[in-house]
Design a protein around this ligand. Structure first.
Ligand code: AMP
Length: 362
């Protein structure tokens, strides 16, 4: 029996481990939190910091193949491990995505359209970038940003003063895209093929994914171009394993926003809404099984459950309705805005969700 090592024990690690188990694959996960969600399902675990080189090496030793669900593993630790152990996705996709400036430059260099952007390090470069890109614009920290953290929308010149405290760390200024919708493409690639999952429309609230609606309500031709461009990008960059790319759609154009070389929140619906799912195909890739082409089972809506929605989600779970799948990650501490679970409604349209379900949640 093969063992997959997972750097990170959050909900993504948990769902990788669940699918691995179904495929008869063992898992071992490393996470700094002793109560990490994935530990409940993994066959083995290691409690250690992500920069604990000896612990990461131990994880590699206990595994036949290693993947990551945590994006900020430091390169100086991962690179030597990649040389010694089987970490087939390598450090490159992490490196390319860990810095928003490098990420957008890489996307543009490989043929994907991005919003206009400029590096910002101080007040002078911020003012120059505002002059070049115009307002409104979005200022983001280059590193360690997620779910809208470390971002500020600048609407008028007066906002520049307000933005100065963010410049304690390197930043990027981006043109503000007045998009019609957001969507993401999740792909898994091996040496021979790239498979991609049906594209969903992503609706964010306060910078955090709230709903994913599949199929995405957007021009099918634009979605097909987006899927093809994403698959070409993944091949051109030489990435293997899993990659998710988030886009803004505006008219018949789509703009690269960001990417993640790990399972993606917008792909959670695939567990029940698709014939195969993002976690399972990642495991198949890792253990060298042939990838399967996913098909949408039925129109599907995925609702993220944040701390404030946990009680409502528990009620929905107790109802045990057909086509309604409640995933609670078992995090011991619930906080508003913390991702505590998700619910997948298979065989439901966005309209039906809005009419019958939306009001149940905060
Ligand atoms: P991010 O962390 O970059 O994914 O940003 C979180 C959310 O903020 C995105 O999903 C968008 O809803 C919004 N956002 C980020 N960048 C831009 C942009 N350049 N133009 C318009 N909206 C943006």
């Amino acid at each position: 029996m093969k063992t997959v090592g997972i750097i990170g024990g959050g909900q993504l690690g948990l769902m990788i481990a669940e699918q691995a188990r179904e495929l008869g694959v063992c898992t071992v996960s490393l996470d700094p939190a002793p109560d990490a969600p994935a530990f409940r399902v993994c066959d083995d675990h290691i409690v250690a910091a992500y920069d604990d080189a000896a612990a990461l090496e131990e994880l590699c030793r206990r595994s036949d193949v290693v993947t990551y669900e945590f994006e900020n593993v430091p390169g100086e630790i991962l690179i030597p491990l990649c040389e010694k152990y089987n970490i087939p996705q390598g450090y490159k996709p992490l490196y390319d995505s860990q810095d928003r400036l490098r990420e957008k430059t890489n996307a543009r260099d490989h043929g994907l359209r991005t919003p206009g952007f400029a590096a910002v390090d101080d007040e002078a470069s911020l003012r120059a970038a505002v002059k070049e890109l115009g307002l409104p614009a979005v200022l983001k920290t280059r590193m360690l940003g997620y779910d809208g953290h470390g971002q500020l929308v600048l609407k008028t010149e007066a906002d520049i003063e307000r933005a100065l405290p963010l410049l304690a760390v390197p930043c990027i200024l981006e043109e503000f895209v007045r998009f019609d919708s957001e969507a993401s493409v999740v792909m898994v690639a091996d040496e021979e093929q790239v498979v991609s999952f049906p594209v969903g429309r992503n609706i964010h609230r306060d910078g955090i994914l709230d709903l994913c609606i599949v199929p995405a309500e957007a021009d099918p031709l634009v979605l097909e171009r987006m899927k093809c461009a994403s698959e070409r990008f993944m091949r051109d960059c030489g990435y293997r394993g899993i990659l998710a790319i988030e886009y803004f759609i505006k008219g018949d154009e789509f703009y690269f926003n960001e990417m993640a070389p790990r399972p993606h929140n917008s792909g959670h619906y695939t567990i029940e809404g698709s014939t195969t799912n993002q976690f399972r195909e990642l495991v198949r890739y890792l253990v060298g099984e042939r990838l399967q082409e996913p098909q949408l089972v039925a129109p599907t809506v995925m609702k993220n459950i944040l701390g404030q929605d946990l009680e409502a989600a528990e009620k929905v779970a107790a109802e045990n309705r057909e086509g309604v799948y409640v995933h609670l990650y078992g995090k011991t501490e619930s906080r508003p805005k913390r991702k505590m679970g998700h619910i997948t409604f298979v065989g439901m349209t966005a309209g039906e969700y809005a009419e019958n379900w939306a009001a149940k949640f905060v």
